[in-house]
Design a protein around this ligand. Sequence first.
Ligand SMILES: Cc1cc2nc3c(=O)[nH]c(=O)nc-3n(C[C@H](O)[C@H](O)[C@H](O)COP(=O)(O)OP(=O)(O)OC[C@H]3O[C@@H](n4cnc5c(N)ncnc54)[C@H](O)[C@@H]3O)c2cc1C
Ligand code: SF4
Length: 325
Amino acid sequence: MKPFDFIKVTNIKTALSHKNEHVQYIAGGTNLVDLMKKNVHLPDTVVDINDALIGLIDMHNKNMHIGAMVSNTEIATDTKVLKDFPLLAKAVLAGASPQIRNMASTGGNILQRTRCPYFYDTTTDCNKREPGTGCSAYAGENRMSALIGYSKDCVAVHPSDLCVAFVALDAEVHIITKNHKEAVIPFQDFHRLPGNNPHLDNNLPEHALISFIKIPENPFAKHCAYLKIRDRASYAFALVSVAAALHLDGNRIIEARLASGGIAHKPWRWLEAEGFLKGKNATEAVFSQAAAMIVADMQPLAHNGFKVGMLKGAVESALTQCLLA
Ligand SMILES: Cc1cc2nc3c(=O)[nH]c(=O)nc-3n(C[C@H](O)[C@H](O)[C@H](O)COP(=O)(O)OP(=O)(O)OC[C@H]3O[C@@H](n4cnc5c(N)ncnc54)[C@H](O)[C@@H]3O)c2cc1C
Ligand code: SF4
């Protein structure tokens, strides 16, 4: 690990004042410290932002605001989340371990980097870590890699569970730029596809801070599910995951939300399938048709074809679980 300066700040102004150095913010440190130990990230200065940003969950006109410093455990146990936005808690509890969830912040969860093994191994080629070197996973071990939206330059997936629930619920990322301006990025536009620039994971401007996440009021609390399929029952990232939510009038679907993790460089929203479900009766056959629609466009790599059938089954099961919720 390269030596670095460590600065603890208590306000945003001071945090942003370090913008001209090779600086890295640290929140819970559960991803950044690993990356520094493995020499993937080599900051000169690490700025601890824990005391500078919001650490509260509160309501504004029935919309929920989750501060960037709210821990994953706090999201999973907050009574307002459990009552009105339970999909968030379900997604969080599907991830990591209790110890990691205690440390992991909301902002850090959104900005965590891919778990592609080549990205963490500095002896291998990786365009995300070192642009222009090539993608070892494309023709190499790609069992965990993307099914959709990838390029030859990068086939990595975004590892977060919480982000899948955020994108399903039309969340917004509220940020503060290095020039102290407030801005909003719709969650669906926050993460990027790799294209020719896989070193860029997201559209957060350089040195900007995530301040809080807004989740609009929604009618999905009663019928929602998060289904994650992974190699181990705990402490493992998704092979595929599905966030599903239904607004029902009797058995009729008024509105549906569907999103997935573990299959693309960004949390993936299934808008076409949502449109198909709208107005239909919630039956096994309809869920199966929606799932078939979702997997129709998959482009599996050499070692991850098994994820296509797994995704189809996960969509069907998650929608069925919504009815049991
Ligand atoms: C063994 C293990 C298993 C895990 N399993 C899962 C899993 O199953 N599902 C899952 O979703 N996650 C999983 N995680 C990932 C974990 O959830 C993330 O590491 C964590 O959420 C990151 O949050 P943090 O506060 O520790 O971020 P940090 O490590 O402190 O920071 C991560 C990045 O975010 C930046 N950053 C943090 N906060 C801000 C902010 N407010 N503004 C701007 N930049 C910011 C930092 O500069 C850094 O680049 C796992 C992690 C480990 C180690
Ligand atoms: S998939 Fe992306 S992160 Fe993995 S080796 Fe290729 S470029 Fe690197």
